[in-house]
Write a protein that binds this ligand. Structure first.
Ligand SMILES: Cc1ncc(C[n+]2csc(CCOP(=O)(O)OP(=O)(O)O)c2C)c(N)n1
Ligand SMILES: [Mg+2]
Length: 578
């Protein structure tokens, strides 16, 4: 037994947590992000000073952003690594809510350690304490309950033992993971107790690869054998499970084409002939065509969001069936699927062994659609106008960056890009990290550029300035409301703004200037922000997709009435799939 404060015991415990998968063992926590206030400076802060080898401290500028950094890191580590985040009580803690929601929605592990009000209640109300006349046992940290996969308030020092163990159970469980919150009253953080040796000893959490149940697998094979127009939909689970090779082998052996969700982007190389690209509301014509006629859809590690299913309008075949490979029952059962509760890699390897093959005509059709889509992308990348179109900017950035992606779409959260990029760089320090961010999103968390500079996490940021919330402007126009409230008035000097935070900042006026700036940025050692103005009205077609947003039922505006009619017509194609 060792006499330690609760905070010291927790910091030492976190430094001893390891995960193991496929025989590879690694330390789980890379460190602790934080911003100090009276709610954590004397407790967790003191412990971090005393035990730097247990958890290295990193200073962020905003609590929401530090959760995004932690998420970017954990995603890049395929969820086999994470950060803890410490905050003060009050606003520091509530600033975590958006980041926590993102982590939980995207199923990415992050440990949140907000300070909490005095357990002793000795000096109530403490600075920043919420007082509800009707309740004595709540604090602002209760707001984190709905966005956490595990939540606990540690009101006695020895209670940290079960709380920390439960936190690790959830963080390392591929089906359960997300934000975990341990609310730590500031007086309890500093209180000592006799810590059992076992709590401080090295602990390895083994990540299982769950195989599919034999009977369920046989049922799935029966469905696949009967299919004529099958499609694989690859989600984030393919990437987290390291199943990209298994996916390629299954697709090549069976001839089944592959579409990707946003989280699954990069599951199959873009130039693979069976790759149809993204699916659904932001999908390609190739994927959306095949999906419309598919009679069997094999979903692998996907949450089936409305973007993926085009608000449940995409799968139009009357007798379409789904088979879902997923470790999480909540996802496996979606769309009335035959559920295969299993690890993505193990499940795909088993399916590849079934030696089932699509007919040649179907395979040829998928490959033709792939080639046509590739030609469409080449055309969009080459759009030559002044100011440039966003598609040409994406083309230039893609050419400079290479094939791996990291897209946050589950929570589709503005302000994620720069912090997420910092996290990705920390996880993959040998790689160039490119961040694409809109002017609106940039303005939500520019402060984290200073963190990228101070942490020496080199980023190449392409800041697309179209003077406002152009994507929502386009949505608004499609709904008859004329882009209301989406334009940004007044000129903002983003080059000066980024430079003032310590970044190297340059302006590119044309696509060729952008290409040159990207090469310079790669050669540079410091974080570079390249600002490029684009045409807010130059969009791309919808490629046979739909996203349900409901226009007003009655309106004096002609455009809104028209949009309502279009919505009603599209609504007829929506299927519940239950
Ligand atoms: C935190 C947050 N608030 C609001 C939204 C809704 N929203 C989605 S895109 C968008 C505009 C983004 O603007 P910008 O970053 O400039 O990109 P652009 O659409 O102009 O390409 C808004 C407001 C969101 N996704 N996240
Ligand atoms: Mg914009």
């Amino acid at each position: 037994m060792t006499r330690l404060t609760m905070a010291q015991a927790l910091v030492r415990f976190l430094g001893q947590q390891y995960v193991e998968r496929d025989g590879v063992e690694q330390r789980f926590f890379a460190g602790c992000w934080g911003i100090f206030g009276h709610g954590n400076v004397a407790g967790i802060g003191q412990a971090l000073v005393q035990y730097p080898e247990s958890l290295r401290y990193h200073q962020a500028r905003n609590e929401q952003s530090m959760v995004h950094i932690a998420v970017g890191y954990a995603r890049m580590k395929d969820r086999l690594g994470a950060f803890a985040c410490t905050t003060s009580i009050g606003p520091g803690a509530t600033n975590l809510v958006t980041g926590a929601a993102l982590a939980t929605v995207d199923r990415v592990p992050v440990l949140l350690l907000p300070g909490d009000v005095f357990a002793s209640r000795a000096s109530d109300p403490a600075l920043q304490q919420l007082e509800l006349p009707s309740r004595g046992d709540v604090s602002v940290n209760d707001a984190l309950q709905t966005v956490s996969k595990y939540w606990d308030r540690v009101t006695r020092p020895e209670q940290i033992v079960p709380a920390a163990l439960n936190a690790m159970r959830v963080l390392t469980d591929p089906a359960e993971t997300g934000a975990v919150t341990l609310a730590l009253p500031q007086d309890v953080q500093a209180e000592a107790f006799d810590v059992p040796d076992g709590f401080l000893a090295k602990r390895v959490w083994h990540i299982d690869r769950r195989p599919p149940d034999a009977a369920a697998f046989a049922r799935a094979i029966e469905l696949i054998n009967a299919a004529r127009r099958p499609l694989i939909v690859a989600g984030g689970g393919v990437i987290y499970s390291g199943a990209t090779d298994a996916l390629r082998v299954f697709a090549e052996r069976s001839g089944i084409p592959v579409a990707e969700t946003q989280a699954g982007k990069g599951s199959l190389p873009y130039d693979h002939p069976l790759s149809l690209g993204a699916l659904g509301a932001t999908g390609t014509l190739a994927a959306n065509r095949i999906a419309r006629e598919a009679d069997l859809v094999i979903g692998v590690g996907t949450r089936w969001t409305d973007f993926t299913t085009a608000s449940r309008s995409l799968f139009a075949d009357a007798s379409v069936r789904f088979v879902n490979l997923n470790v999480a029952p909540v996802d496996a059962y979606k769309l009335n699927a035959l559920p295969l509760f299993c690890d993505a890699r193990v499940g795909l390897e088993a399916l590849a062994g079934a030696e089932w093959v699509v007919d040649d005509r179907y395979r040829a059709k998928a490959e033709k659609l792939h080639a046509e889509w590739d030609a469409e992308v080449t055309k969009l990348y080459a759009v030559d106008q002044k100011p440039p179109a966003q598609s040409a900017v994406i083309g230039a950035a893609n050419d400079a960056a290479g094939p791996r992606y990291h897209v946050e779409y589950g929570y589709s959260c503005m302000g994620y890009e720069i912090p997420g990029g910092i996290g990705a760089k920390l996880a993959a320090p040998d790689r160039e990290v490119f961040v694409m961010v809109g002017d609106g999103s940039y303005l939500m968390s520019p402060g984290e550029l200073a963190t990228a500079v101070s942490e020496r996490t080199k980023l190449i940021v392409v800041l697309v300035d179209n003077h406002g919330f152009a994507s929502i402007g386009a949505l608004s126009r499609s709904l008859g409301t004329d882009g209301f409230g989406t334009r940004s008035e007044g000129a903002i000097d983003f080059v000066a703004n980024a430079a003032s935070l310590g970044a190297r900042a340059v302006r590119a006026r044309t696509i060729s200037e952008l290409r040159a700036a990207l090469q310079d940025a790669k050669a540079a050692t410091e974080t570079t922000v390249i600002v490029i103005e684009t045409d807010p009205l130059a969009g791309v077609p919808s490629y046979g997709s739909w996203w349900e947003v409901v226009p007003a039922e009655v309106s004096e505006q002609e455009g809104v009435r028209k949009a309502r009619q279009e919505w009603a017509a599209a609504k007829k194609g929506q299927r519940r799939l239950i």
